[in-house]
Write a protein that binds this ligand. Structure first.
Ligand SMILES: Cc1ncc(C[n+]2csc(CCOP(=O)(O)OP(=O)(O)O)c2C)c(N)n1
Length: 342
């Protein structure tokens, strides 16, 4: 007999542990299938520019998204399709951005992952390498100054970002100011083709938290249940006023840096190690073992999700591209505010 669980929700309150696992799994599945579709469209020459996917990082990303409330702040990076969906980004926003639709959140100006909706707390990324931490700090500072309490902010990072000055300055600032910031580092063992041995000299990146005086969490990023437990704790700590939290998840990128990269530099020994497990498969096995779902139910969700993605692509393929002669060259925030600067 299958357990009764609450419906998937994206508001940081999935109801029960089993409900949270199920909700997060479905965002993982949606992200994987969406990423697969973008990779296929890229190979078919239907996407101009790069395609960047998060294969192998969905458990961490989904756990991050479901741990947040809609009123929080989230700065995702290029491997965060699952977290974006869990935070509330509709599939069609991603499809419109990748296919250059004028109706997308970036109005066809961005080709892939720099999309967002600042008014909803989903920040459009500037760069992959640590630049977003200080932006999240700024939003949290602004809320503090306005007397808005209770919300937290997440900045996603790769391990490569932890070697940059931007990381140091922003984490130090957040620590001194005790901002409710959670840094979620996906240590996928390669920053593009640079391995961990050329990136940092400590045994575990989570050790860096001690030097900054912030909370520290280390987790197996291939294990959804572990990611959910860790993110729940880290987000809870930040929300309770305990200051910044550094979460480091160990995992492996199961794809290239982008779809243009065959990832031939990845050590085969790592691929065969527990780090190389596919988190989606691990999550599915867990759901079946725990009788939260069965194989038939998993197959139904998969086919429903494929249909949903195909429908979104079919809609967007009929939408107009931006017209440079009719373009309003104002910032996205102005568009949201209804201003029309020429
Ligand atoms: C300031 C800056 N320098 C260089 C780059 C080019 N770049 C983009 S992603 C990347 C590697 C990032 O590695 P990591 O932080 O480990 O994240 P991962 O790609 O593994 O998710 C580099 C060098 C950039 N976007 N911004």
């Amino acid at each position: 007999m299958l357990q009764t669980v609450s419906e998937p929700r994206a508001d940081g309150a999935a109801g029960s542990v089993a409900g949270a696992q199920l909700a997060a799994y479905r965002f993982m599945l949606k992200a994987r299938l969406l990423d697969d579709k973008f990779a296929a469209l890229y190979r078919a020459g239907k996407i101009h520019g790069g395609v960047f996917i998060g294969k192998g990082q969905e458990a961490l990303s989904a756990a991050t998204g479901v741990s947040l409330k809609k009123t929080d702040v989230f700065a995702p990076l290029i491997r965060d399709a699952a977290g974006r969906l869990a935070f509330g980004e509709p599939i069609i926003d991603a499809v419109r951005t990748y296919l250059g639709s004028a109706l997308g959140p970036m109005r066809g100006r961005d080709g892939n992952v720099h999309r967002g909706r600042p008014q909803t707390g989903l920040l459009p990324m500037i760069s992959h390498l640590g630049a977003m931490i200080s932006v999240v700090n700024g939003v949290l500072f602004a809320r503090r100054m306005k007397g808005i309490s209770g919300s937290v902010g997440v900045a996603s990072l790769g391990e490569g970002a932890t070697s940059t000055g931007a990381f140091h300055e922003a984490l130090n600032q957040a620590a001194v100011e005790k901002l409710p910031l959670i840094l979620v580092v996906a240590n996928n063992h390669y920053a593009y083709s640079t391995p961990n041995s050329r990136q940092f000299a400590c045994a575990d990146l989570a050790e860096k938290a001690v030097g900054y005086g912030v909370g520290s969490h280390s987790v197996d990023g291939t294990d959804l249940a572990a990611c959910l437990a860790t993110l729940t704790e880290a987000v809870g700590n930040a929300r309770a006023g305990h200051g910044p939290q550094l979460v480091v998840a160990n995992l492996l990128r199961l794809c290239g840096h982008g779809e243009h990269d065959d990832a031939s530099y990845i050590d085969p020994k790592l691929k065969k190690s527990p780090l190389g497990r596919d988190c989606l498969k691990v999550a599915e096995d867990f759901l079946v073992e725990e009788k939260i779902a069965d194989a038939a139910q998993l197959a139904v969700w998969r086919s429903e999700t494929i249909r949903e993605i195909e429908d979104a692509v079919a809609i967007v393929q009929r939408e107009p591209a931006p017209d440079p002669f009719a373009e309003k060259w104002c910032a996205i925030a102005s568009v949201h505010l209804g201003e029309t600067h020429e």
